[in-house]
Design a protein. Structure first.
Length: 215
């Protein structure tokens, strides 16, 4: 029993439960938090925990893609948009609550990374791995083969849905509003230099009261 508790297999199982618990807890925090910034921060933690689980399964390509694309790009963009549009921050002295929550999420992510690297360093016996691929295994090749053969139809449907979403977003931004001044490119192209660019209006001189002058 003691030998099993000291083995790398038990350590990997404990890491799986730790990462899964953090993932479930952060996912619940995303949907229960009233503050959108807190939800975005816990969503970053959920993505990072999912990436750590994929690293345990030796799916390094998917894990790095999740961290680089979603955590490093998409969620940072979400945070910028949320802070510019939805949140009213009251000025106060000292460390803000957003900074405390951000530091808490960052510490959990650092702890997950340390445990994951420790698992790689402790696990010196290959037979103790829960998941061990053969030498020369490529995550990119395996993902590409499954994506473009078995799951080609869902992949194409997702592409069409994303294209429709992009077109819909563009159409929503191009809707006409009475308080919005816009320029019609077509009228600019068909303008003529003789009578369309400038119009001279003849007005009679008027007399009236002026500031600093007499009538």
């Amino acid at each position: 029993m003691l030998e099993y508790l000291m083995s790398a297999e038990f350590f990997q199982i404990m890491l799986f439960y730790v990462y899964s618990g953090i993932l479930i807890g952060s996912a619940l925090a995303v949907v229960t938090m009233r503050n959108s910034i807190y939800s975005a921060l816990f969503l970053i933690l959920a993505f990072f925990s999912a990436a750590a689980l994929w690293m345990l399964l030796e799916a390094e390509f998917l894990a790095l893609t999740l961290v680089l694309v979603y955590v490093g790009a998409v969620m940072v963009l979400f945070l910028f948009v949320i802070m510019m549009l939805d949140v009213k921050i009251k000025p106060k002295s000292g460390m803000s609550t957003y900074t405390k929550v951000g530091l808490f999420v960052a510490l959990l992510m650092a702890l997950e990374m340390i445990m994951l690297l420790g698992n790689k360093l402790v696990n010196v016996l290959p037979q103790d791995d829960l998941v061990k691929h053969i030498k020369g295994h490529s995550n990119v090749k395996e993902v590409a083969e499954n994506l473009y053969t078995q799951y080609i139809l869902p992949f194409e449907l997702a592409s069409v849905i994303l294209l429709v979403a992009i077109v819909a977003a563009i159409l929503l931004t191009l809707r006409r509003r009475p308080d919005y001044k816009h320029v019609d490119p077509e009228s600019q192209v068909h303008v003529k230099a003789n009578n369309n660019r400038m119009r001279v209006v003849k007005m009679d001189a008027e007399k009236g009261n002026y500031i600093g002058g007499d009538e």
